[in-house]
Design a protein around this ligand. Sequence first.
Ligand SMILES: C[C@@H](C(=O)O)C(=O)SCCNC(=O)CCNC(=O)[C@H](O)C(C)(C)COP(=O)(O)OP(=O)(O)OC[C@H]1O[C@@H](n2cnc3c(N)ncnc32)[C@H](O)[C@@H]1OP(=O)(O)O
Length: 178
Amino acid sequence: MAQVLRAAVAAACAGGLLSRLQAPVPAVRASSASQASRGVAGAVWALGRLNHVAIAVPDLEKARAFYRDVLGAQVSEVSPLPEHGVSVVFVDLGNTKMELLHPLGSDSPIAGFLQKNKAGGMHHVCIEVDDINAAVTDLKEKKIRSLSDEAKIGAHGKPVIFLHPKDCGGVLVELEQA
Ligand SMILES: C[C@@H](C(=O)O)C(=O)SCCNC(=O)CCNC(=O)[C@H](O)C(C)(C)COP(=O)(O)OP(=O)(O)OC[C@H]1O[C@@H](n2cnc3c(N)ncnc32)[C@H](O)[C@@H]1OP(=O)(O)O
């Protein structure tokens, strides 16, 4: 896919088509895919789709009711995930999801965030990757800190790992095995 995009962009650039059409989206996509595929030796991986955007909320039932009753979205039941220290509700948006997060237990990783942001707010983005182990190995080499030694099973039953927000432009990034 990345090769096809790169070839299309190269052909368009050669003919001056890209600048005439002012179509930056394919160029950006090709650039991020090719960056990922240039990982260290043995660590070839690529980003996939946006899986979800997570919002930390002080009142999970109230937030769930807002998305369901006011915005008319399809929402899941509340799922407690004790191994992650959160309860979650997924809001289905068709092309992606929102994940409403509320602390669970006395040692929740989102407790500090909600103390600082009492009304709640955007907590992390989750992007799929085609090979999470290759991604983790490659990112370690690039000095991007992971927040656990290895991937854990996330809300969708697939391996996930979080990257430190200070190494990702101030955004907490979750990678999920596609
Ligand atoms: C179920 C699963 C799934 O979807 O599959 C989930 O969602 S689990 C979702 C919950 N699990 C996780 O979030 C796991 C990964 N998260 C963590 O390990 C933690 O939340 C940290 C990201 C390390 C933050 O922990 P904590 O707030 O206790 O530490 P801290 O106050 O020292 O924060 C260190 C610095 O990072 C900033 N910081 C903290 N949380 C942030 C966030 N969500 N986005 C951007 N920056 C953030 C703080 O403001 C602070 O910056 P300053 O130093 O400038 O003030």
